[in-house]
Ligand binder design. Structure first.
Ligand code: EPZ
Length: 426
C-alpha cells in the first residue's frame, strides 16, 4: 500500500491549482449513459474513482477516451445493463449508473455497495425513488435488479436530503413520461452542476439550487461539452491544512461562491480568507481564494450538515486544526453515524480528542508530534496530511490508496505550497 512521509512544523507558502470536482464529475459520468451521442468533459480530475467509473461505462458498452484532463464518452452502444460487481465494491457511487441505465434501458442490475468506515450507507432512498417512478425492484443476496416497461413521472419525497438518492432520482426521471417533483432534494453544488449538464443535454429541470426539483420528462438527450467545476472539498482540505500549519496559500480555481460556510469557519478559526481577482465584495466571479494564518487557531463549536451547511467531508480535516486550538472545541457529525475513525490516528500524534456518539470534544494543544499513522478513509487520510504538516518531526501515513481515490496528487499540491512531503513505495 502506498505511504506518504511528511516533515511538519513549517508554514505553508505558495499556490495550488485546485482539481476538478470528484463528487461533481461522478454523477455527470453516469449521466453520459442517458445519451447516444458524445459527451466531452474538461477539467476532469485524474483520480481512482474516475478510472473506476470509466471502467464501469466501458463494461456496459460506452466508448471512453481520456486525454489529459479531457474525457469523451460515446454513449451510442450501451449493450449491458449489469454493473460489474468488482467495481461496486471499490466505489459506492457506482450505484448512480443504475438510475441512468434504468432511464435509458428500463433495466439495471447492481449490488448493494455495502458500508464503509464512515457508516452503513444504505441505498433504500435510491430504491424508493425508482419504485415511485414505476420500477419493480428485486433484491436477492445483495444483488439489486430494477425493471420498468416505462418510467412515469411521480412525486418523490426524501425524509432528508440524500445527495446520491437525489442524483439517482434525477438520472431516472429525465427520460420518464410526464412530470416528476422531487421534494426534500439535496442542494449541494454537485446536484446543481448535474442539473446544468442534464439541461444542456436537453433535459427540462427547474428549481435548480432549491429543495424542490421539477423535471418534465423528454424523449431523448444529446451529447454536449461540459467543464467540471473546481473541487470545493479539495480546496477546503487545503484551506484547513494552511490553518493547521500556518502561513499563506493561494488556491486557484477554488469555487468561492460554493464555499461560504467553509470560509466562515476559517475566519472563526482566526484565518484571513479573501477571494482572488473578484469584482466587488461578494467575491462574484472570483478566480479562487487566498488564506493567511498566523498563530494558533481559535476554538469553535460546530455541527456538520447538508449544503449550505459545513460539509461532513471536511469534518476530519477540521479536527486536525482544532487539535492545535487555544481551548476546547466541539464538533457534531450530523450526516454519517461513524465518521470519527481518524480520531484514533490523530491521538497517536498527541491530539486531545474524546468522542461520544456523534460528538467530538477537542482539547487544543500547543503542538502535535509526528507519528506512524494509517488512513482509514479518504477524508480521514487528508486530515492526517493536514495534522502532519503542523506536527513537529516526521509523520508516516500508510494506506494512502484511500487518499488517491479523491485527490489527484496531494503530494504534488502540498509541494506547491512548500510542504516537506513525498510518496514512499508503490
Ligand atoms: C455523497 O455521498 C458524497 N459522495 C460523500 O462524499 C458526502 O459525504 C455525502 O454525499 C454527503 O455530502 C459522492 O458524492 C460520490 P448521502 P452519498 O446519500 O450520496 C444516509 C467523499 O468523501 N442514506 O447524502 O452516499 C447515509 O447513510 C464522500 O467525497 C440513507 O440512509 O451521501 C448517510 O448517513 C464521502 N439511505 C446520509 O444519508 C440512502 O438511500 C447522507 O448520505 C442514502 C443515504
Amino acid at each position: 500500500m502506498s505511504e506518504i512521509r511528511i516533515c511538519g512544523y513549517r508554514p505553508l507558502s505558495g499556490e495550488i491549482k485546485i482539481q476538478g470536482s470528484k463528487n461533481g464529475v461522478l454523477p455527470m459520468l453516469a449521466a453520459s449513459v442517458l445519451q447516444r451521442g458524445t459527451l466531452k468533459f474538461t477539467n476532469v480530475p485524474i483520480i481512482q474513482d474516475v478510472i473506476c467509473m470509466v471502467g464501469i461505462l466501458e463494461s456496459i458498452g460506452c466508448k471512453c477516451q481520456l486525454e489529459g484532463n479531457c474525457l469523451k464518452v460515446d454513449g451510442a452502444e450501451v449493450k449491458d445493463i449489469q454493473i460489474p460487481r468488482e467495481y461496486v465494491g471499490k466505489m459506492r457511487s457506482s450505484i448512480l449508473v443504475m438510475g441512468a441505465l434504468l432511464g435509458r434501458e428500463g433495466r439495471a442490475v447492481t449490488w448493494h455497495p455495502g458500508g464503509c468506515s464512515i457508516g452503513s450507507r444504505p441505498v433504500d432512498l435510491h430504491l424508493k425513488a425508482f419504485r415511485q417512478l414505476g420500477a419493480r425492484i428485486k433484491e436477492e443476496e445483495g444483488r439489486i435488479e430494477a425493471r420498468a416497461k416505462e418510467l412515469s413521472g411521480s412525486e418523490i419525497s426524501f425524509p432528508f436530503p440524500s445527495v446520491g438518492a437525489t442524483e439517482n432520482a434525477l438520472l431516472a426521471a429525465v427520460l420518464a413520461k410526464g412530470e416528476t417533483v422531487i421534494l426534500g432534494a439535496a442542494m449541494e453544488p454537485e446536484i446543481m452542476s448535474l442539473c446544468r449538464l442534464l439541461n444542456q443535454m436537453g433535459a427540462r429541470i427547474q428549481g435548480i439550487g432549491s429543495p424542490v426539483l421539477r423535471i418534465q420528462g423528454v424523449d431523448e438527450l444529446y451529447g454536449t461539452e461540459f467543464n467540471v467545476p473546481g473541487d470545493r472539498i479539495a480546496a477546503g482540505t487545503y484551506l484547513l491544512a494552511a490553518a493547521a500549519a500556518g502561513g499563506r496559500a493561494k488556491l486557484l480555481d477554488a469555487p468561492w461562491e460554493e464555499m461560504q460556510a467553509v470560509v466562515g469557519v476559517l475566519r472563526r478559526l482566526g484565518a484571513k480568507v479573501e477571494p482572488l481577482g473578484a469584482e466587488g465584495s461578494s467575491g462574484a466571479g472570483a478566480a479562487g481564494m487566498e488564506i493567511k494564518m498566523d498563530g494558533r487557531p481559535r476554538p469553535i463549536c460546530l455541527s456538520t450538515g447538508p449544503y449550505p451547511g459545513f460539509p461532513t467531508d471536511l469534518q476530519s480535516p477540521l479536527l486536525s486544526v482544532l487539535a492545535l486550538a487555544e481551548g476546547v472545541s466541539t464538533v457534531e457529525e450530523t450526516v454519517f453515524e461513524a465518521r470519527f475513525k481518524t480520531v484514533g490516528e490523530l491521538r497517536k500524534m498527541g491530539a486531545g480528542i474524546e468522542v461520544s456518539g456523534r460528538r467530538a470534544i477537542v482539547s487544543g494543544k500547543d503542538h502535535l508530534t509526528g507519528a506512524s499513522v494509517k488512513a482509514w478513509d479518504l477524508r480521514g487520510g487528508a486530515a492526517l496530511v493536514a495534522a502532519a504538516l503542523a506536527a513537529r518531526g516526521e509523520t508516516r501515513i500508510s494506506d494512502c490508496i484511500y487518499i488517491e481515490r479523491g485527490y489527484e496528487d496531494i503530494c504534488r499540491d502540498i509541494l506547491c505550497v512548500n510542504g516537506d512531503i513525498r510518496w514512499i513505495g508503490s
